[in-house]
Design a binder for this molecule. Structure first.
Ligand code: SF4
Length: 565
């Protein structure tokens, strides 16, 4: 992207230029934008685009939105309510409308903002993948709004070698076309295109089209596949070239600071949900089956089986436990007991206790480290003998299949989860897993393991409220954690204690979970309530600001307190 960034200059462009440069509502972003703009505009455009992509991601993770139209409508509402009307307009643009000035401006913002985020997400393969997934999803949603004229216009602009076949050719191939695609019902009115088969590999793989002499015959309903694969190619190449573009601007600290900080500037939806009451460690086994996301369940099982976890696993699981309300004292007891088969208490104190106290903010810089979010877990590297990471991303298909089957998940659900994981839709795979385990989808997108846990407790507690005749002190024994119906789920449950008992399990709805305020000091959190009811709240007795541990630890810090395997 060729930018000379100057302060206090707004985007300079005539509306007539927009029309020349942006001939269609959908862009392939194959040509970088040119021109001058103020740094403020640049920052605002980048921030807005990131908000759009985050909204796409969360909409996509919602299990209650079954169809593309549902997702589109929900996204449209979110965009509108977030003040992103330009993008909302583009979402439903049919591609053939005449351009108003506002419409042209939307296209220009779409163009520039896309290239800004390329600079942000071009460095790390995992982040690039995330960016591509959201952009492709946005593309698909927008493409579905195009009318026939809009699609043909897009085809002609992009020179895609997708040739409509004549009626004579259609009549010659009518049998083949009808038997290869269930969609060909009336050959006279349906448009059929022929395209090089390499451009529609997904359709070829799905055996949905007629192939002849290297050409695939597709209906206009399938033409989106041609565009999506073309769009992906452009994105892959574009992210590569963005790296060198970034190099060109790397001496401008205003830009680089902004570009590197942008991903974390909008992490609200992926934030940790802190438990405000203590979770007793003797219930962790049961909770791991009923309320843990698969990443934490896997770590818990590995810890129980091996009496050990390597450093990265201890950090991922230890911080998660802290987030769900395991106190420091309980954490020390829990890990010491879990390691007991391999090392005695003295050795544990020497090798591991310091690190636990450290991430609880009781040693070193006394920082209140926050549990890892999905993004960090998904992008972590996992070596042999390690169990951290996200199983949907890091486990091979067979092992994941075996694991899900061993939990009693039905084959159809298992296949669906495996397919989502294979497509890199880890959050969707996780959402499906949640839905299967709880017999209902989560009410909101789950982008953090602790948010998963909190949502699970909400659902299971609601069920408890609805089934007051069930013994509230009953805990599951040797269950698989994957119910096939409502009643078996109830047996898997870690039930909600009465508030006037000493038991400090998952709280009732009103005092359930909240994200601590940044200046949390224990007085403006539910701690007061907790103290009155004799519950313990972890790490709330000192003033601390939650931070991301990964951003604060340098190699020396890690070596200092994590030097053990
Ligand atoms: S998507 Fe997130 S919560 Fe789910 S298993 Fe992966 S890392 Fe854990």
């Amino acid at each position: 992207m060729d930018y000379k960034v100057r302060c206090r200059q707004t985007i300079i462009a005539e509306t007539s230029d927009f029309k020349d440069n942006y001939a269609h509502d959908i862009q392939m972003y194959d040509v970088p934008p040119m021109g001058e703009m103020s740094l403020e505009d640049f920052q605002e455009l980048g921030f807005d685009r990131l908000k759009v992509l985050r909204l796409i991601e969360t909409t996509n993770c919602r299990g209650d939105l079954k169809t593309l139209e549902d997702r589109k409508k929900a996204l449209y509402d979110s965009l509108k309510s977030d003040g992103l009307k330009y993008y909302a307009n583009l979402l439903f643009a049919d591609g053939s409308n005449s351009q108003s000035e506002e419409h042209s401006l939307s296209r220009m913002k779409d163009h520039i903002s896309h290239f800004i985020l390329r600079l942000v997400y071009c460095h790390d393969p995992e982040q690039s993948k995330w960016f591509m997934n959201q952009e492709v999803e946005f593309f698909k949603l927008r493409f579905s709004s195009l009318d026939k004229k809009g699609v043909e216009h897009l085809l002609s602009i992009n020179n895609l070698d997708c040739i409509p076949i004549s009626l004579d050719e259609k009549l010659d191939l009518v049998e083949e076309l009808t038997s290869s695609s269930g969609k060909v019902t009336n050959i006279d009115i349906i448009d059929i295109y022929k395209v090089n088969f390499e451009k529609v590999i997904d359709l070829v793989r799905g055996r949905k089209i007629y192939l002849k002499a290297g050409m695939a015959y597709i209906t206009h309903m399938d033409i989106i596949s041609v565009f999506v694969s073309y769009f992906r190619e452009i994105l892959v190449a574009g992210l590569e070239s963005a790296k060198s573009m970034y190099y060109n601007i790397s001496d401008d600290e205003r830009l680089t600071r902004y570009l590197t900080g942008l991903p974390s500037a909008f992490s609200g939806m992926a934030r940790v949900v802190w438990s405000t009451t203590a979770t007793p460690i003797d219930k962790l086994n049961d909770l791991s089956k009923s309320s843990y996301p698969l990443c934490m369940r896997t770590l818990h099982e590995a810890l129980c089986n091996n009496s050990h976890l390597k450093n990265s696993g201890r950090m991922q699981y230890g911080l998660f436990l802290k987030g769900i309300g395991v106190t420091l004292e309980d954490a020390l007891r829990f890990w010491s007991h879990a390691f007991a088969k391999k090392i005695d208490g003295v050795a544990f104190e020497k090798k591991y206790a310091y690190s636990i106290r450290h991430y609880f903010g009781k040693e070193g810089r006394q920082t209140n480290y926050t549990p890892y979010g999905c993004q960090k877990i998904i992008s972590s590297a996992v070596g042999p003998g390690e169990y951290h990471g996200c199983p949907f991303r890091h486990m091979d298909r067979d092992s994941l299949c075996q694991k899900l089957t061993s939990y009693g998940i039905f084959a159809t659900n298992t296949t669906e989860i495996l397919d989502l994981a294979k497509d890199g839709q880890y959050h969707l795979a996780c959402a499906k897993y949640f839905e299967v385990v709880h017999n209902k989808p989560a009410s909101k997108p789950l982008l953090h393991p602790n948010a998963y846990f909190a949502e699970s407790r909400v659902i299971l507690t609601e069920d408890d409220d609805a089934n007051k005749d069930i013994d509230k002190d009953r805990f599951p024994q040797g269950t698989t954690g994957t119910p096939s119906n409502g009643s078996s789920r109830r047996n898997d449950r870690y039930s909600t204690p009465s508030r006037n008992t000493d038991f400090t399990g998952t709280p009732k709805r009103n005092d359930r979970y909240s994200t601590p305020s940044r200046n949390a000091d224990g007085t403006n959190t539910p701690l007061r309530k907790v103290q009155r009811t004799n519950y313990q709240t972890p790490s709330r007795d000192i003033k601390m600001t939650p931070v991301n541990i990964a951003e604060l630890l340098n190699d020396d810090d890690l070596a200092e307190f994590m030097n053990t395997e």
